[in-house]
Design a protein around this ligand. Structure first.
Ligand code: ATP
Ligand code: MG
Length: 317
């Protein structure tokens, strides 16, 4: 097992009266070798706190975790992890290339290999033409790209990315998605946090859904989503009356071509039989099942204390 947490918890004490905030509560999950694992949750759910514990940047208040079978924090396993923090910070007077070379040196990339490796990574993240510009002149998206290059500089076996698509435009997001898939193809394991659900659907082998500090679900997306058909949409070219469509809602109407939605699958099937029997032409039939977004909103709604101001953790004292 590449990564395993058992009852991992973090309670912060804030303010003068040391008010306790449970940011992460009893999170147990496993990440398997070679998979892309999405750690999904709304703002303030506890994603960054969990990742910081995995990286040994803050200590858990309870529970344990191991990476490459070594309990955290372990310097030996850290050498095999590439990490993109939520808010990467750089020496802004350095150029992108200089910063990456510095990270390569800190990550003990052999010196003769470093220049080539850095150039390849700058190319990979689309920063070649800006490589000799100072980082303070980088846009947010460029800084994020540099962060991703930095995470990969030591050719890690496990890549932990905290919101890798943050600040990227649609093209940049697509590039990072492709890059993550490329990492998987190269045999790496990727653990990344996000609240961008289409990215999760496009990328992840498995997901962990965290809400208000608690892990609500873990599994393959197909296992988590309800297989029930939520609605059926029919588009027909009517020949004669529209009485067979009476149990549906008209969504669009363009001359004889009508699109109707049914909440009940059986009603839709009956309508199709009636329509075809009366000579109408069926243009399309789409069965809508639960999407990840539907699932996410359903689970959020089920959480009795869903979304206080920022989503966040529970104050206990
Ligand atoms: N150092 C800290 N001291 C006190 N509370 C903290 C600290 N760090 C995080 N928290 C609280 O812990 C909760 C979880 O925060 P965290 O940053 O882990 O959420 P997140 O899931 O990464 O959210 P986002 O999607 O906005 O990045 C929040 O309520 C946050 O206010
Ligand atoms: Mg975060």
């Amino acid at each position: 097992m590449i990564l395993r947490t058992q009852g991992l918890s973090k309670t912060f004490e804030v303010g003068f009266r040391r008010r306790k905030v449970r940011a992460v509560e009893d999170v147990s999950l496993e990440v398997h070798e070679g998979e892309i694992f999405g750690f999904v949750g709304p703002n303030g759910a506890g994603k960054t706190t969990t990742i910081k514990m995995l990286m040994g940047l803050i200590y858990p208040t309870a529970g344990e975790a191991s990476i490459f079978d070594a309990p955290i924090p372990s310097n030996a396993s850290k050498k095999r992890i590439g990490y993109l923090p939520e808010h990467p910070a750089y020496h802004e007077f350095l150029t992108g290339r200089e910063a990456l070379r510095l990270f390569a040196a800190l990550s003990e990339v052999p010196r003769p290999l470093a220049p080539r490796r850095c150039d390849e990574l700058l190319e990979l993240v689309g920063l070649s033409s800006a490589a000799d510009r100072q980082i303070r002149k980088y846009s947010k998206g460029m800084q994020q790209r540099l962060g991703i290059a930095q995470a990969l500089v030591a050719d890690p076996a496990l890549v932990i990315l905290d919101e890798p698509m943050s600040g990227l435009d649609p093209v940049g997001r697509k590039e990072v998605r492709d890059l993550i898939l490329e990492l998987k193809r190269a045999g790496k394991t990727v653990f990344f946090s996000t609240h961008i659900l289409p990215d999760v659907e496009a990328l992840c082998d498995r997901v962990g859904v965290i809400m208000r500090g608690r892990l609500r679900d873990v599994g393959r997306i197909g296992e988590l989503l309800s297989p029930r058909v939520r609605s059926v949409e029919l588009t027909v070219e009517l020949c004669g009356g529209s009485e067979h469509l009476s149990r549906g809602r008209i969504v669009a109407c363009d001359g004889p071509r009508v699109t109707v939605a049914f909440d009940d699958e059986q009603a839709a099937d009956a309508a199709v039989r009636g329509l075809v029997g009366s000579g109408s032409r069926l243009v399309s039939l789409t069965r809508h099942r639960e999407t990840l977004e539907d699932f996410f909103l359903r689970r959020l709604g089920e959480s009795s204390e869903a979304r206080p101001e920022s989503g966040a953790a529970r104050a206990v004292a």
